[in-house]
Ligand binder design. Structure first.
Ligand code: ATP
Ligand code: MG
Length: 639
């Protein structure tokens, strides 16, 4: 066997073996993994697929409930182990420890609340809550009764909630009255009320009272969480779900356009998240794992909730932000709970690296064993900062490449097993078959030579999204029409002679200058290496001679460093690291970059600014900082 009783692959030799097994006979491989879980009845066909249709089915005919695998399964062996440790926004408020037994009871009880409010298998439930344990309870309660959860990040506006509720015709909305994010009070219920003016499908709203602030309630429609609990017992029989029954809908970050409502199903998603979690993070029995993402994103779904709980690991949930009360907060949390695996995003790492290092030095981070990154390419400087200051050179960094659509991590080192390398997501997980495509749309076969191309995946893995909610055509067009028979990721990648992958940026953002294909990540990486540069984003703009020229938006550590000389130094730096071809023609110093609420740079907006086409910025519903866009436009470099 290439993996142990926890599904963990323990050596590089076994990784290679597992990878080969998964290629040679995917059905046999995933059968072995799936056999570790509780099924109410076994599947009769492991995999059916056709990327042309497109259609994917895993473990057909199998019956299960994912919550029995995340909760009931652990009750005998570890009922009193913490399932969730919750750290509140305000460090003076008490943290909460919720054991597997307690979480199980809460989920069962809230499942009864949903049923009592007329929610049935297949109904859609919108959840708009802060990062509190009740968010996890609500999502698992949906899964318990077979309702489909659609979680909307609590930082989104009323229009964003309304459009998501309407897209999936949700029947019920679960929210909180209010919460604090850093110093800011967020009036969640008031925002919901605004949205609810245009959401005819919502019949009931359940409100968790997170703070003592007054809560506007509408008679007949709105009910308090606590009151509803009083009406129901804590026993709940888990609904029998088909392996292919939808588990949830989740919208993508909207970095490249209008967010897509991806649909994930039950069996494959469980198997994919559990297996990848065990292998990428290699948790042992008493580990305390912390992923700092929000549950409103796929990272939170798969690696705060489903993956860790399926593995029976203690997962930490943090309600606040890295800057509150000050930039000590993350390091304080790591010290407080003796975190062993810490999974975060490049945007957070870069923000933290800009602060004084004394914040880090004040804390004992020696409990850490593994560091992780996800969401964007991590640039070399940020990687080293993370490695040296947080991991103290002792913690492998797992740079995990994946997407809302993939459901689970696709390309990543396995901690302590795969050799890491800055800016490289390294090797595919077992069951994942990447392929690079050249400009003629042909696969660049791997023959121990380096290559660059468009990243596609050749065959399905268990956690692949099955459709876009209500729009299978969009699913087909977006992912399966560019290359026949292959899943199109939308990302470009470089592969070294040993088969290690480096994500070089979005295909949409690839810039062709004088016939050369340039990815955004390597150029930004080179710019960020300059000691005065904190962060940067690069886009192309039309150029008469070269076709395209490069425009760089650069954030400095100290704004007062901005000068023409510095621009020249940056250009020189890029010329040295990559070559003169990649030198940006224009450089604009900016105080911030436009980002999605999940922390990703929205290059499509910068592209419009660089091309002076700012009349229509496209879908900006997921933009975090609108105000910065105007500031950048005002100072944009014109001809
Ligand atoms: P949309 O699809 O709506 O444009 P999005 O692609 O940002 O938004 P997500 O599913 O949250 O939505 O993000 C997935 C994308 O994030 C990947 O396609 C890739 O571009 C980027 N990404 C994620 N992890 C990594 C990583 N480790 N290295 C490089 N890029 C990454
Ligand atoms: Mg995407």
């Amino acid at each position: 066997m290439s993996f142990d009783e926890n599904l963990q692959i323990k050596s590089f030799v076994n990784y290679k073996k597992a990878y080969q097994e998964s290629l040679k006979n995917p059905e046999k491989f995933w059968d072995k993994v799936a056999n570790h879980f509780i099924w109410k009845s076994k599947w009769n066909k492991t995999l059916t697929w056709d990327f042309k249709k497109p259609e994917v089915k895993w473990f057909e005919g199998g019956k299960l409930n994912i919550t029995e695998n995340c909760l009931d399964r652990h009750l005998e062996k570890q009922p009193n182990k913490d399932a969730i440790i919750w750290e509140p926004n305000d460090p003076n408020e008490e943290s909460r420890h919720i054991t597997y037994k307690q979480l199980y009871l809460k989920v069962c009880q809230f499942a009864n609340v949903l049923k009592n409010n007329g929610i049935k298998k297949g109904d859609r439930v919108c959840i708009y809550m802060p990062m509190i344990p009740e968010l996890t309870v609500a999502m698992l309660a949906c899964a318990r009764i077979g309702a489909i959860h659609s979680i909307v990040f609590a930082g989104f506006s009323s229009e964003a909630i309304a459009s998501r509720i309407n897209d999936a015709t949700c029947k019920i909305l679960i929210t909180a009255n209010n919460y604090y994010r850093g110093r800011k009070s967020v009036e969640l219920k008031a925002i919901c009320d605004q949205a609810l003016k245009n959401t005819p499908s919502i019949e009931t709203v359940i409100v968790y009272r997170r703070t003592v602030n007054p809560t506007p309630m509408k008679e007949g429609r709105d009910k308090f969480w606590f009151d509803e609990l009083q009406k129901v017992p804590t026993q709940n029989e888990a609904e029998e779900m088909d392996s292919e029954d939808p588990l949830f809908i989740l919208y993508t970050s909207g970095s490249t356009g209008k967010p897509k409502g991806m649909v994930h199903t039950t069996g494959g998603y469980l198997i994919g998240t559990a297996f990848s979690f065990q292998n990428v993070f290699q948790p042992s029995k008493n580990d305390i794992y912390w992923c700092s993402a929000d549950i409103g994103w796929i990272t939170g779904h798969s690696y705060i909730v489903y993956g860790p709980l399926a593995a029976g690991v203690t997962t930490v949930m943090f309600e606040g932000v890295p800057s509150y009360p000050d930039y000590n907060r993350f390091w304080e949390i790591i010290e407080k709970y003796k975190i062993t695996q810490f999974y975060t995003a490049p945007t957070a790492i870069r923000a933290l690296a800009k602060q004084s290092i004394t914040h880090v030095e004040k804390h004992d981070l020696s409990s850490l064993k593994v560091l992780g990154s996800v969401g964007e390419p991590i640039n070399e400087e940020a990687w080293h900062w993370f490695n040296d200051n947080i991991g103290k050179g002792n913690c492998p960094i797992v740079d995990t490449w994946w997407q809302t659509e993939t459901g689970s991590i696709m390309i990543s080192p396995l901690a302590g097993i795969t050799a890491t390398r800055p800016t490289f997501a390294t090797l595919p997980l077992p069951g994942v078959q990447p392929a690079l495509m050249n400009e003629d749309g042909k696969e660049i076969e791997f023959n121990n030579q380096k290559a660059e191309g468009i990243l596609t995946i050749k065959a399905p893995w268990p956690a692949i999204a099955r459709t876009v909610w209500g729009d299978h055509e969009r699913y087909k067009n977006t992912y399966f029409s560019t290359y026949k028979g292959k899943y199109f990721t939308g990302d470009a990648a470089y592969r070294d002679a040993s088969g290690n992958y480096r994500i070089t940026g979005r295909v949409d953002d690839v810039i062709i200058v004088s016939g050369h294909n340039l990815g955004t990540a390597p150029i930004e990486n080179a710019i960020n290496e300059h000691e005065k540069v904190a962060e940067s984003a690069i886009v192309g703009f039309p150029h008469e001679v070269k076709g395209k020229s490069l425009y760089a938006f650069v954030i400095l550590y100290h704004e007062e460093d901005a000068s023409e000389e510095l621009k020249e130094e940056i250009k020189k730096q890029v010329a040295n690291v990559i070559g003169p071809i990649a030198k940006p023609e224009r450089i604009q110093f900016v105080p911030e970059l436009p980002k999605t609420r999940s922390g990703k740079i929205m290059r499509r907006i910068l592209r419009k600014i660089a091309a002076h086409k700012t009349d229509d910025l496209g879908d900006i519903s997921t933009l975090e900082n609108d105000d910065i866009v105007k500031k950048i436009i005002d100072k944009a470099i014109l001809d």
